[in-house]
Design a binder for this molecule. Structure first.
Ligand code: GLY
Length: 375
């Protein structure tokens, strides 16, 4: 990494951690998803099953790791315990178990060796493995909460949840976790990645025969389009599967999706919700930029020197644009990134979302080699 980049990233890290300490001190007992007028909301209580509920804890672990902040540690442990309510509710357990328990119980176990956290992580991993469809060789994404039939649905985001299974193999020695993770990743290569290197968000299989039926547009602009955050999950998820398995196909897949992404970054470096949305639509998704940046940095550590530089430079550019143009540095504002969008089809767009902040911070820490290995 160039020395000016390292200098810049060090300065940004200091600003992030200084602000994050104040955010931690005034958001005790909260599990934020978004913010209103600069103040975090709270997904404890009825919203405890929400898929993003691990990210703030992950940010607290980053802060604890760098600054030994006792408040950050308390907040992280509090969230991990609150998530226990999900284990008693079938609908609160789904393919997102990785997003919820990797930045909480699993990182706690890795850092402290807590037996309670090991137990939580293994419960979450076992439930994730239990979602595997043996005919279609995919992990089912969601339950049928909305009354829709989701038995055959698999989604690209799940690539980020596979590290929970890789971790469980290491803890238990049980190869089922590995087999399920690899089979799912192989299915994604065969059924999600398009010839141009972009990925579908949702693919539906016949839940009985396992036959691929169709793809769905999901959170992107239209059927067949390239939802940017989904491209980011693909880059990062396949890079992680390669890191955990050393299977060349996963590295090739990560590079194909990354190359598609790099070819479509707009001139101004700000990432739209979908690379195929109409030119007249200016809606952005900063979280898609942050996820891709962190994924590209992961990937850059796994490839040959010529690709390493390309991926690193693209990641740094995304982060520089975010930090200069989309970051709220005022310490009294709880969140970091403006202009995140959960979905093209939602009524509202461009607001703070916790995973945008998480991946932005993780990526900056990675440049400084200060990130803890959540995935
Ligand atoms: N995992 C769902 C999303 O990225 O919105």
């Amino acid at each position: 990494m160039r020395s000016e980049v390292l200098h810049w990233a060090n300065e940004i890290e200091t600003k992030i951690l200084d602000k994050l300490q104040q955010v931690a001190d005034r958001n005790v007992h909260k599990i934020p998803y978004t913010a209103t007028d600069g103040s975090f909301d709270d997904c404890s209580g009825e919203k405890i099953g929400w898929w993003t509920n691990g990210f703030f804890a992950g940010m607290m672990w980053f802060l604890y790791d760098r600054r030994k902040s006792s408040q950050a540690l308390k907040n992280a442990l509090d969230i991990e315990e609150k998530l226990d309510a999900s284990f008693l509710n079938y609908d609160f357990l789904d393919h997102d178990n990785g997003f919820k328990w990797l930045p909480t119980a699993v990182i706690n176990y890795k850092i402290t060796g807590s037996e309670a956290s090991l137990n939580r992580g293994l419960l979450a991993a076992s439930n994730l493995a239990g979602r595997y469809n043996t005919k279609g060789k995919f992990i089912r994404a969601w339950n049928d909460r909305t009354g829709q039939d989701h038995r055959g649905y698999a989604i690209i985001d799940c690539m980020m949840n596979l590290p929970l299974l890789y971790w469980a193999v290491n803890c238990t020695g049980d190869p089922r976790f590995q087999q399920i993770a690899e089979n799912h990743a192989d299915t994604v290569i065969n059924s999600f990645i398009r010839p141009d290197g972009s990925v579908a968000h949702i693919v539906e299989f016949d839940p009985v025969t396992g036959r691929r039926l169709r793809s769905h547009k999901g959170q992107g602009y239209e059927h067949g389009s390239a939802w940017t955050r989904g491209q980011g999950w693909g880059i990062y998820g396949f890079a992680l599967s390669y890191r955990h398995t050393k299977k060349q196909d996963y590295l090739t897949a990560a590079c194909r999706i990354a190359d598609y992404y790099l070819d479509h970054i707009p001139e101004n470096g700000l990432i739209p919700i979908d690379f195929n949305q109409p030119d007249s639509c200016t809606w952005e998704d900063s979280s898609a930029a942050a996820v891709a940046a962190s994924g590209l940095l992961e990937l850059s550590g796994l490839v040959q020197a010529s690709d390493r530089e390309r991926y690193e430079e693209a990641a740094v550019r995304l982060l520089e644009v975010l930090s200069k143009q989309r970051c709220r540095w005022e310490t009294e504002v709880d969140y970091f990134l403006d202009c995140c969008s959960a979905s093209y089809k939602e009524a509202v767009h461009e607001y703070p979302i916790i995973y945008g902040d998480f991946y932005f911070i993780e990526a900056v820490l990675k440049i400084n080699q200060h990130a803890i290995d959540i995935w």
